[in-house]
Write a protein that binds this ligand. Structure first.
Ligand code: AHG
Ligand code: MN
Ligand code: MN
Length: 338
């Protein structure tokens, strides 16, 4: 006897998935599972506040400017604090770092320290908050470098992307999704808000080897290097390569533009330009975690000249040019930049 009104998807939650995966990790202590429970909780809290936008006092700016020189939105502050509250007390992390905070965020001494370092962009796509367009949260997990008797610090944060033990994002879109990797595969979970759980909806996501969409803010094209301009122009020309002309899509929320790229293929770019020689996106909170996901799904991520995951960070809020997506599209780009 079966009841077809109980969808099959209800059998497999994010929590169960992580527990199953961790069963195969020798010496797993449960810390990683708990870390993810807290990340999922933060995602639900932020997602529920996002859904209140326009009803409660969620929209608008605080009047402050952050370390990046950008206007701080109320939702940036809320998301930042939700993540800190959910993660600081559990004993899984020894240090946090946030795009919204100048320095690494220490764990209050009343809480135990864990073996992980968590860095996050609490609210990605701030400029889209007030206009009802998808926004997200991005996170990156490293193992602690400092010894148990040392104070965790900047050194724990400034690790190259290939050292990440996990990375992911939560997208607050037409539904709320949690997407993550530990480096081997990428899995996506959709929140059923009526149940309050993330269910495995997108197992083993693979990035198509080549896409037919390019995604870049062309309003910046006058500031680009000629090679970047020619590369974008070529993607619009019929016959200049397979599948051309490509379509253009640009949301202005990295999480949303990347999520589409992950599922449909193609390339997302935020190039350097003559006003921003290092580009706009942040290495530790945006480029590195997305690069880990892209590679685990069979795609690639580069500055144009170097693999994102090989970069040794110099500073916490370092920016970096980013080209990310389908492997063959990223290779074309690297050839075009020479
Ligand atoms: P954030 O809202 O965390 O500051 O990030 C905004 C980023 C990223 O989400 C997006 O890809 C990019 O800024 C859009 O920038 P432009 O508005 O310059 O295109
Ligand atoms: Mn961002
Ligand atoms: Mn942000």
């Amino acid at each position: 006897m079966s009841d077809s009104t109980v969808p099959e998807i209800y059998g497999w939650t994010l929590e169960r998935h992580i527990l199953e995966q961790q069963r195969h990790v020798a010496g797993a202590s449960g810390e990683f599972t708990k870390l993810f429970q807290q990340l999922a909780l933060a995602g639900k809290i932020i997602g529920s506040r996002v859904n209140q936008a326009g009803l409660a006092d969620v929209l608008g700016v605080t009047g402050d400017v952050n370390v990046q020189g950008e206007e701080v939105q109320k939702l940036d502050v809320f998301a930042n604090h939700a993540l800190i509250r959910c993660l600081e007390a559990g004993g899984q992390v020894c240090l946090l770092a946030s795009e919204e905070v100048d320095d690494p965020i220490p764990i209050p001494t009343r809480f135990p320290l864990g073996k992980y370092v968590l860095m996050f962009d609490p609210l990605d796509g701030s400029s889209n908050i007030d206009v009802n367009i998808s926004i997200g949260t991005i996170f990156s997990v490293h193992e602690r470098l400092s010894g148990a008797t040392e104070k965790p610090g900047l050194r724990d944060c400034l690790q190259p992307g290939h050292k990440q033990v996990a990375a992911g994002y939560i997208i607050y879109g037409s539904s709320t999704m949690f997407v993550y990797t530990t480096g081997k595969a990428v899995h996506g979970f959709t929140l059923d808000p009526t149940v309050g759980e993330f269910f495995l909806s997108h197992p083993n996501i693979r990035l198509p080897e080549r896409g037919k969409i390019y995604s870049v803010n062309e309003g910046n094209s006058a500031k680009w290097d000629d090679r970047v301009r020619s590369w974008v122009d070529a993607m619009k020309q019929e016959g200049s390569g397979p599948g051309r002309p490509y379509s253009s899509r640009y949301i202005g929320t990295l999480v949303a533009d990347f999520h589409r790229t992950l599922l449909k293929g193609g390339i997302f770019a935020y190039p350097a330009d003559n006003r921003n020689p290092e580009g706009k996106l942040r290495l530790l909170y945006e480029a590195s975690p997305m690069a880990m996901i892209a590679e685990a799904a069979g795609g690639a991520a580069t500055t144009g000249h170097e693999r994102i995951l090989d970069l040794q960070p110099r500073e916490l809020h370092q920016r970096v040019p980013l080209y990310i997506g389908s492997k063959l599209d990223v290779e074309d780009l690297e050839r075009a930049l020479g």
